[in-house]
Design a protein around this ligand. Structure first.
Ligand code: SME
Length: 148
């Protein structure tokens, strides 16, 4: 089990005093991947009516996702964290890698508005729990200041 209190504090300190958003998100994705071992960890950033690929760790991924599309675009539209136990069961799931079996997407919010998402894929089905959702929401809170 990941110590999310510690992880959020580490990410908070990575972000402290920094205005290099890309660098901080790159470090955050590296740290989350390192402590979890999950297959793909990265960010998509709101850019007009699309999410565009941001810093990530893992295999090459799709560059752009529309509002309401895939798991990421649906989490953006709903403004809430989505856990998908089996990506094949999620209508409209966008497969960036055939190895992904389950996924969690957490909206990154700044002043209540979704400015991006944290997307994480696992090669095993049913990886993500509500404890991961609450923990990763803390992590995203620690990053929201970058988007003020
Ligand atoms: N599976 C995502 C697309 C992004 S990749 O998993 C990195 C989706 O359905 O939105």
């Amino acid at each position: 089990m990941i110590d999310y209190g510690l992880l959020a504090a580490q990410i908070e300190s990575l972000a402290e005093g920094e205005d290099n958003t890309i660098g901080v998100l790159a470090n955050a994705s590296a740290l989350i991947k390192e402590v979890s071992g999950w297959f793909w960890v990265g960010f998509y950033i709101v850019n007009g009516d699309k999410l565009t690929l941001g810093p990530f760790q893992g295999s090459p991924a799709c560059m752009s996702i529309g509002y309401g599309k895939g798991v990421c675009g649906t989490a953006w539209e709903r403004g809430e964290t989505l856990i998908v136990d089996d990506v094949e069961e999620f209508p409209g799931h966008i497969a960036c890698s055939a190895l992904s079996r389950s996924e969690i997407v957490v909206p990154l919010k700044s002043e209540g508005k979704v400015v991006g998402v944290l997307d994480i894929d696992s090669t095993a089905a049913g990886t993500f729990t509500t404890a991961d959702a609450r923990g990763l929401e803390k992590v995203c809170d620690a990053l929201s200041r970058l988007f003020l």
